[in-house]
Write a protein that binds this ligand. Structure first.
Ligand SMILES: [Fe+2]
Length: 360
């Protein structure tokens, strides 16, 4: 690209007739352009490649490399591709003119030419070429600025995601620190829920919300006295009713937070059952959020497989049998249950061990 600014522009003229070269050069030099003449195609190509001009006036019929070939070679070279080529030729057939445009020319001037016409076309194409170059510079600058903005946006999004994750983990720990018997329960339910969701081909963005929701699904237990949560033996009806409030309380705690996922509803509905036998609202079937149906299955399985204050761990087999029975009885979502059973029966999945025996 030409960087000289002391002329109106640098032009290479290619013609095998010295007389034509002289006339054209004279006209353009007088108009203020810097001109480099070339007597054949080969010389022209060398000259153009070593110092690319702003515009090329190109004869067609020349011995050796003709004008079409010169133009084709220039257009196939990234360095010279954009330079406008105006053909100047005595060839008058429409086919010759078409071939000139097909080779990559931007214009065609017939010989004998009018001085004013050549100057007007040269001026017009130079202006257009400069506008395109300026536009390209602006586009490159904007693209670069946009890339930088995107990059910093990505960084701040990553920071935001990790702060969100850490906050959720901290909230999750709050309840588990009070109730060491269920320590790690939410974490393990979250890991299992994610695996079930993946097995079901649920969208990754949805799984991300499910993962966070499951991590705090029992946060409402903060409202339940610790001795009720940890006491071995049977609970009274009133005590059990108090424990059941944890779904609503958890949803109330998370409701004011504007997550991009329905986290509060996941918490509210994780004890709902497909046949309407769950709590707190007695919702049925599809009225229950899919994420809540996934958490429900992972929750039941994890709770049965792990130790509880009122009983020792029942084990994985009993847990899976309960999912099978509950799915058959229309209590747990059939698809969720099937995905969960596939994980353990066919995919070799095992219960997550994280958080087990924590604080004991
Ligand atoms: Fe729960």
């Amino acid at each position: 690209m030409n960087t000289q600014t002391d002329t109106l522009g640098n032009i290479v003229i290619v013609d095998d007739q010295p007389n034509n070269l002289r006339v054209l050069s004279g006209i353009l030099q007088q108009a203020g352009y810097k001109v480099r003449p070339a007597l054949d195609g080969e010389i022209a190509l060398k000259s153009i490649k070593s110092t690319p001009p702003d515009l090329i006036l190109l004869d067609i019929r020349m011995p050796g490399v003709d004008g079409y070939e010169v133009c084709r070679q220039l257009k196939s070279n990234e360095q010279t591709r954009e330079i406008p080529v105006i053909f100047i030729s005595a060839l008058q057939d429409m086919e010759d003119k078409l071939a000139a445009f097909q080779a990559g020319g931007v214009d065609y001037v017939s010989k004998p030419f009018q001085m004013e016409e050549v100057l007007a076309r040269v001026q017009a194409h130079l202006r257009l070429y400069r506008l395109q170059r300026d536009l390209q510079v602006i586009v490159d600058e904007r693209t670069q600025a946009l890339r930088a903005t995107l990059e910093s946006l990505r960084e701040s999004q990553q920071r935001y995601s990790s702060v969100l994750e850490e906050t959720i983990q901290a909230i999750s720990m709050t309840i588990e620190k009070r109730d060491p018997y269920t320590a790690g329960h939410q974490w393990r339910v979250s890991l299992m829920a994610v695996e079930i969701a993946r097995e079901m081909d649920i969208a990754p963005t949805c799984i991300e919300g499910l993962r966070l929701g499951a991590m705090v699904h029992d946060i409402g237990k903060i409202y339940v006295p610790v001795d009720i949560l940890t006491r071995p033996g049977r609970l009274s009806d009133i005590e059990f009713a108090l424990i059941k409030t944890h779904a609503q309380v958890g949803a109330d705690i998370m409701q004011p937070v504007h997550f991009p996922w329905p986290v509060a509803d996941m918490i509210l509905q994780h004890h709902e059952r497909m046949d309407g036998s769950g709590y707190p609202l007695g919702l049925k079937g599809d009225d229950i959020l899919l994420e809540a149906r996934v958490i429900a299955v992972a929750d039941v399985l994890e709770a049965m497989a792990s130790h509880r204050p009122y009983r020792p761990a029942l084990g994985l087999e009993q847990g899976l049998a309960e999912i099978r029975r509950g799915a058959g009885a229309g209590i747990y979502d059939a698809e969720v249950s099937a995905a969960c059973l596939r994980l353990f029966d066919e995919r070799g999945y095992t219960l997550p061990k994280v958080g087990l025996n924590l604080d004991r």
